[in-house]
Design a protein around this ligand. Sequence first.
Ligand code: AMP
Ligand code: FE
Ligand code: FE
Ligand code: ZN
Length: 286
Amino acid sequence: MIPRIDLHTHSTASDGTLTAPQLVRAAAEAGLDVVAITDHDTTAGWEPAVRALPTGLRLVRGAELSCCWSGVTPSLPLHLLAYLFDPEAPELVAELARVRAARLERGERIVALLGADGIDVSWPEILAGAGGGTVGRPHIAQALIRAGLVADTSEAFGPDWLGERYRVPKEDIDVFRAVELIRAAGGVPVFAHPRATRRGRIVPDELIAELAVAGLVGLEADHEDHSPAERAHVRGLAADLGLLVTGSSDFHGTHKTVRLGAFTTAPEVYEQLVAASSGVIEVVSG
Ligand code: AMP
Ligand code: FE
Ligand code: FE
Ligand code: ZN
């Protein structure tokens, strides 16, 4: 049997709805052989995930870094997956803490903008909903749902709400600096959903070529936010640039409809990814 490998999932350490222990148990139940925990801008889920790891499941410790490219105005937000990096690398730790603080500030500004339009959602309640994890727009979306203003998360990300009208940028990590910091920490950077046009503007292929030179290792091609044509494009680009190609669910529990293992990564790609890392090792229990 070909191992089933899902390299992008979220827990309550950021905007997922399963705790890290619930996430690894759900991964085993979904029949996965390898799962990566990749919460936004934090490694807080790593220890609880390791402690609860079911026998036989391999855990890849990672994160999804909020980055930006300043080659256009306004600068373009993008996500880098970082795998198997040293969670104590000081500069990386500092950048993650800075971005988490920026997320708090941005969340409060979004709530203030909503309030100015007479839409009353409570910031303390949103913070409580995030439960100490990295705060993101999905937590604000939950407040809009609770208030009966939108039906679901995807409506909350529409243009009338968090997708445009009440969209506030946050202070992300410069993407070249992020690649450098991840590599310096022994980690492996992979560009998350690089062609996801439905999330907004996307970066040009030329930037991805420059990032490949700077140390980017892979591109996430198989993702629910990519159309078949976009997946094919990403594969072609990876082949041209000598980058690895991954696939993953980007599971967020009930904040999204996608299921664990909906998209997967090939075992030979996974092996190369592990071979390229030197920060922390994958964890296998039992
Ligand atoms: P933030 O990191 O606070 O900017 O929020 C972005 C997060 O919201 C992403 O990581 C996804 O989890 C989620 N998200 C982004 N776009 C959508 C969408 N169209 N529908 C549902 N969730 C989304
Ligand atoms: Fe998310
Ligand atoms: Fe992402
Ligand atoms: Zn993600």
